[in-house]
Design a protein. Structure first.
Length: 396
């Protein structure tokens, strides 16, 4: 073997060794060998470890869609009645920049209640839900009022278990931000989704014509452009971004790479890079990715759903969340996935113009659009998101 060949082999071997070392460092920084405890609540046997039926049902509620994955739920177990619990809003889990009026947070209370209700039917518990038993919040003292006033009192009655066809879909991701197939919804799918609304104070509308699809997609992009152009919004998102497995196990709420469908080797490489070099996850880069994702979504959405309430009371917000959970589960049953486009419906000064415009077009009677949702068939699965332990929701 010539000296040149030996030198070439040594150089090649050195490059391979360095590459392997680099990948090892990145994977270690990512936490590739850490058990993903933040996914435990998604296991079908998770709720069964609790003897208290209230905790069992709350464990299913924990899987519901919620704004910014803040999981703003707090439960109090009645000390006199072993079949009664109350749901409160955890005011320490508000996203005050993007959701300054806590409207999305109250919608998230409704999503929790509907998941709990569906699980109750499956497990053999009738759930009597009384919204705001002590009246709605004092808006001038919101945080204190959230602590003092329950969103709902839930009383359980033991009954014979009933097979709920929606129960199995509790364990699927609630949001898919990827591109959807171009196929329009079938008449059967549209009919099934429309029939889930039995609340006279809410309107559920499915829009599938090309003009509406183009217009609503543009609203999604416009809202994203405005929000990502505001430093305080980006700072809020950055504070709840979990860059590796260690952080996800520690906090178990907020954002992560999984939210954009990133999994496997790519996820760990990105997590390792961001952990070792945090400057890579800068505002400019994250803004560019968010806008690109919004445009991709707008270009690949065969239908949209709107949930509109007659007023914007706290009760209406919660009821809209309950309807949204039914929409998600019914959609899964029909092979559909969804993504709420929240930005254009947010209530801060910079969003006022498009917020007003979309309401004039789609809620001309003075109602409030509580949810704007992409609907379609998935082109790829999306990973599960972080969830806290249900016992962490228990308040004194």
């Amino acid at each position: 073997m010539s000296k040149r060949t030996k030198r070439s082999m040594i150089v090649l071997l050195s490059v391979v060794v360095l590459f392997v070392l680099l990948v090892s460092v990145l994977f270690t920084a990512s936490g590739v060998f850490k058990k993903a405890k933040y996914l435990d609540p998604w296991k079908r046997d998770y709720a069964g470890q609790f003897e208290d039926p209230r905790l069992q049902l709350a464990a299913y509620g924990l899987l519901a869609a919620n704004g910014h994955n803040m999981q703003p739920w707090k439960i109090r177990l009645d000390k006199q009645n072993p079949l009664k619990l109350s749901l409160y809003t955890d005011h320490t889990r508000l996203a005050l920049e993007t959701d300054p009026l806590a409207r999305q947070t109250l919608v998230s209370q409704g999503t929790f209640l509907e998941y709990l209700k569906v699980a109750g039917e499956q497990l053999g518990y009738q759930t009597e839900i009384k919204l705001f038993p002590d009246g709605e919040y004092d808006e001038q003292n919101l945080s204190e009022s959230m602590d003092q006033k329950a969103v709902a009192d839930i009383t359980l009655t033991k009954t014979a278990p009933q097979v709920n066809p929606l129960f199995d879909y509790l364990f699927l991701p609630d949001t898919n931000r990827m591109a959807y197939k171009p196929d329009p919804l079938t008449p059967e799918q549209t009919a099934q989704l429309k029939q889930i609304n039995d609340d006279k104070d809410l309107t559920l509308t499915l829009l599938e014509d090309s003009a509406s699809i183009q217009k609503l997609g543009a609203y999604g992009v416009e809202g994203t452009n405005i929000e990502t152009g505001l430093a305080r919004m980006n700072d809020e998102s950055a504070r709840i971004f979990r860059s590796n497995e260690y952080q996800k196990n520690k906090y178990r709420y907020g954002f992560s790479f999984e939210g954009q469908g990133t999994t496997g080797v790519k996820k760990h490489l990105l997590q390792g890079m961001i952990t070792l070099f945090p400057s890579f996850n800068n505002e400019k880069a994250s803004t560019k990715l968010a806008v690109q994702a919004a445009r991709e979504a707008a270009d690949h959405s065969p239908a949209y759903a709107l949930i509109v309430s007659k007023d914007n009371s706290r009760t209406s917000q919660v009821k809209a969340g309950m309807l949204y959970s039914r929409l998600i589960l019914a959609g899964h049953e029909e092979g559909l996935v969804m993504q709420p486009l929240s930005q254009v419906l947010e209530e801060y000064p910079e969003m006022k113009e498009p917020y007003t415009r979309i309401h004039k077009e789609y809620a001309p009677g003075g109602g409030t659009i509580q949810l704007l949702v992409r609907v379609g068939q998935p082109t790829q699965d999306t990973p599960l998101s972080m969830r806290r332990e249900v016992t962490d929701l228990i308040a004194d």
